[in-house]
Design a protein around this ligand. Sequence first.
Ligand SMILES: [Zn+2]
Length: 550
Amino acid sequence: MRPLSRRDFMQGMSGLLALPLLRSQEPETVLYNGTFTTLDQAQPQAQSVAISGGRFVAVGSNAEVLLLAGARTQKVDLAFKSVLPGFNDAHSHPVASGVEHLHKVACDLDSIEKIQASLHARAQQTPPGEWVLGFLYDDGKTPRPLNRHDLDQAVPDRPVLVQHRGGHTAFVNSRALHLAQVNDQTPDPAGGRFEHDAEGHLTGFVGDAAAKVFLRLIPDKNTREDYRQGAALISKLFTSKGVTSACDADASPEDVQGYQDARDAGELRMRLYCHISAASLDHFMAAGIHTGFGDEWVRIGGVKQYADGSISERTAWLSQPYIGIPNNYVGLQLTSREQLYETGRKAHAAGWQLATHANGDLAIDRILGVYEQIQKELPKKDPRFRIEHCTLLTDTLIQRMRALQVIPAPFSCYIYFHGDVMHFYGQERTQHMFPMRSFLDAGLRPTDSSDYTASPSDPMMWLQSQLTRTDMKGNVWGANQKITLQEAIRCGTVNGAYAAFEEDLKGSIQPGQLADLVVLAQDPFKKDPSELLTIQVERTMVGGRWKYES
Ligand SMILES: [Zn+2]
């Protein structure tokens, strides 16, 4: 990985970088006439790359790299298109959502009537007594939220549960309430809420632990084959948007197996770093496995715990009440400090990275306290503690994160995609939410992420949201947290790899790194930031092979 020559033949390009040992061999592929943004500080721009064995072996000018090509080298003319390293969706739920795509009704529709029609059609094909399930619903994208009466109208005779795309709340019909023996008088479970209307009747909206009351009744009929198919399907969807690596933020043994089965079948198009759900920790620990086990396609990540609820569904645990929600409502705590500490310490001692879901400032304060205590008791050289989402910060919390070099894995396109819920937080508070500028200024390494299904796994939408802090209706939220295009791309590539201890393997276009890249139809550096999401992905390469071509 050392430079062989350093002629400045174009701005920002320092010369050919090549792996010395491989230089004499004929590369399998040469991509030339590209406009590469490499994210490699030694050579930020390039025109051409040579690839062998799934890795970049040389990066430089057309003239230099084409010289390495032999008779059997496949040469691809990129027609001066913009090329970036493949993106890393550092927090998402790929196989779980892939399996949902296989079996549930997609409710990402803009009217209640359309959702009713889709659920009704599915009910017609569903045996009597069985559940009709929906997902991807977002109450901010329909004129008003769904309620039990809408669902009763569409499906009167079978239980219905429609999950919010945020994953923490759901909407159920009367049949489902009856089956779960939940009525107007049923008290809220700890960490959950059955919503009531002004007259005290259940609306059908159920949050966190209250949603679990229903989820428990739904038989899990997913087979090993479903997980394989789900993993394959979702990797096709993600690579079509330029995502070449993802972190599964809450994987079960079945999920990990699904990725592995898809990979064995040659159907897995992207790489996975799998956080293991706390409930499955003992299972993996008993097998002697900890963070880092696996290979560059499927690897075991950290252990996942939850400190609070979600931003899009208004269940994050905040120090100040939500705006416009009665009774000084401040969200939900999901796990006690004792539990977070106990599981965290056990996992940390056994070689696991800790990755904890915390959105609100009180949840972040709690988990930071746990991390500080664990690191003091059992110091580790490079623990790379992660806070998943890490949404609402204060200056003090950021200073504490800096002291421990905690990695924030924030939502990347919430300002754009979930602008409709930002009024619950307000202008003043959004200046401290998803605070990319503050993270970077403090020397932290935030990643990019979608939390799919919570928001689209679409890097161009992430970039637009972070550069403009503007929602889809044109409202600006927290303009002080804007970052540059170069910074945003780095968060979505290099920083994603770092958060998974894989920075030596991927994240940039330089000799020795895995040949993961995306070819765009237009150059994002020449585009108005408010139009970035219109840029189409033309091709996505993972490990030297095209995994998506438009
Ligand atoms: Zn998540």
